[in-house]
Design a protein around this ligand. Structure first.
Ligand SMILES: [Zn+2]
Length: 94
């Protein structure tokens, strides 16, 4: 990668959801059933569609870090871009 110094990033969000299992006789399939979980999953947009990736418990803190890094990276890109637009206005961009 040419420009990115920190590539341990994920563009997505961590979410939690209760899920129904595959057993039709289970309590989770009854009306008002609570489901199992909540399970944590990573929601990422792939080709314009949000896809859920179920996470292992031990992956959650790591995934959180990756998401946070992406958030900070995006902020830095925004700040750098705004600064350069300012320079352009001042005729000092080179
Ligand atoms: Zn169930």
């Amino acid at each position: 990668m040419k420009y990115l110094k920190e590539s341990r990033i994920i563009k997505g969000s961590l979410q939690k959801k209760k899920l129904k299992c595959g057993n039709p006789g289970c309590h989770c399939h009854k009306k008002g059933g609570k489901g199992h979980g909540p399970y944590a999953y990573l929601a990422v947009v792939v080709k314009g569609k949000t896809q859920p990736f179920l996470l292992k418990k031990w992956d959650i803190p790591v995934v959180n870090k990756y998401i946070d890094r992406h958030r900070k990276l995006r902020k830095e890109v925004e700040i750098a871009s705004q600064k350069n637009v300012r320079l352009l206005h001042q005729g000092r961009l080179r």
